[in-house]
Design a binder for this molecule. Structure first.
Ligand SMILES: Cc1cc2nc3c(=O)[nH]c(=O)nc-3n(C[C@H](O)[C@H](O)[C@H](O)COP(=O)(O)O)c2cc1C
Length: 160
């Protein structure tokens, strides 16, 4: 089968065992055998840069909510990549992305902020935000696995 060479970048802030397990579930779903030809990379926001984002065909962003906003490390990433991405000829105006928020009780401020910034970057939400809040439970892992599979399979099929 010819390679369509798609790439999915998962940028995950994982300050705790629960969030690390969720990030691994995103990766595991995206690497499911049902997905033929998508190269998946999992990185922390600190490891990520504009070049990695520009080279990707799609993104999954995973952040905790801290003080009513996205984690500082994801904000730092947006600050570093915003203008370099907008100014680069490789810019993809409809880059599909999905957002996962792990919050104690809320998540609203994070979703509003990420939505504003990604709109400014001309990215396109491929899915409704996956908001995991309240006491940690196994459904969070299942939802992340499902989302990873959905985004990777959709890139593979060329439908996002
Ligand atoms: C400094 C700090 C600020 C936080 N602020 C919020 C907040 O504003 N809203 C919220 O829903 N959760 C908040 N939380 C909870 C985190 O989102 C939560 O600890 C994170 O999702 C990791 O969850 P875990 O303990 O299940 O691994 C905060 C946590 C920390 C450490």
């Amino acid at each position: 089968m010819p390679s369509n060479g798609k790439s999915l970048l998962i940028v995950a802030h994982t300050p705790s065992p629960n969030t690390l397990a969720m990030a691994h579930a995103l990766l595991e779903g995206a690497e499911d055998d049902a997905v033929d030809d998508v190269a998946v990379t999992l990185v922390s926001p600190l490891e990520c840069d504009a070049d990695m984002i520009l080279k990707s065909d799609g993104l999954i962003l995973f952040t905790t909510e801290n003080f009513g906003y996205m984690a500082g490390r994801l904000k730092d990433l947006f600050e570093r990549i915003y203008y370099p991405c907008l100014d680069d000829p490789r810019r993809n105006d409809a880059k599909p992305f999905a957002l996962v928020i792990k919050a104690g009780l809320d998540g609203t401020g994070t979703e509003i902020a990420v939505t504003k910034i990604t709109k400014g970057l001309n990215w396109r939400a491929a899915q409704e935000t996956t908001l995991c809040k309240g006491d940690f439970n196994r459904t969070f892992i299942a939802r992340c696995r499902e989302l990873g599979l959905t985004i990777a399979a959709s890139l593979d099929a060329g439908i996002i």
